[in-house]
Design a protein around this ligand. Structure first.
Ligand code: CA
Length: 223
């Protein structure tokens, strides 16, 4: 899962990005609305977390602009302006949810999962590949009901491959699933993750193999 966080309090943004990373979520962070719009052109986000008081304007003005551009990515407004009428304003302008600061990361995560469960944002509830059942929202993998523990980046690669099983997934798509745009990506890091992932899947009897399509990407096949 990849989120866009639009927030000008650097400390909060860093803490939030780190907490979300622990949950296996890649977060791109920007402090300005102008950059935010550009980022939504470049990446398909699963959800957007939007502050209201930002250096280049009121966060809520971003919502109609984004909707007019044809993007229906769910937006959760995060703000200290949490009076009932402010919440009404936020929801009426097209936000999917509204969360008052301060909040627990656990509550934010629950709300992200909730907006993604809504019919128009329906994420495939679980992916079956080989003997694995993968839940892309909760990021867990089970084989015959036994959970398979994977390091976060290997898990994200696996989800990205399993979503498009039997099809080649481009290296750039896999990298986008694992790294945010500030991470420095070593050219062979992806290959190293995949090589470790292959071994773990083989050991666990996952019933899938990952093939390298040289220079293009990778392909997950069911045995
Ligand atoms: Ca702010």
């Amino acid at each position: 899962m990849r989120l866009l966080l639009i927030e000008d309090e650097r400390e909060l943004a860093n803490a939030l990005s780190a907490a979300l990373a622990k949950q296996g979520i890649v977060t791109d962070h920007t402090m300005q609305l102008a950059d935010a719009f550009e980022l939504t052109r470049q990446h398909a986000y699963d959800a957007i977390l939007l502050d209201r008081r930002l250096p280049d304007g009121e966060g809520l003005t971003f919502i109609p602009k984004l909707r007019r551009s044809g993007t229906d990515t769910p937006i959760i407004v995060l703000t200290a302006r949490n009076e009932p009428l402010e919440r009404v304003k936020g929801l009426d302008i097209g936000a999917d949810d509204y969360l008052g600061k301060p909040f627990l990361v656990e509550e934010l995560m629950a709300r992200v999962r909730a907006v993604l469960r809504r019919p128009s944002n329906l994420v495939e509830p679980s992916i079956v590949a080989g003997r694995m059942v993968i839940n892309p929202l909760h990021l867990n993998v089970t084989i015959n009901s036994v959970s398979l523990d994977l390091p976060r980046r290997e898990l994200l690669v696996l989800v990205a491959l399993a979503k498009r099983k039997e099809k080649t997934v481009l290296r750039s798509t896999l990298e986008a699933a694992v790294y945010n745009y500030e991470d420095e990506i070593q050219s062979n890091a992806l290959d190293a993750h995949i090589s470790r992932l292959r071994k773990r899947l083989l050991d666990a009897g996952a019933g899938v193999t990952i093939h390298n399509i040289r220079g293009v990407g990778y392909l997950l096949k069911e045995e």
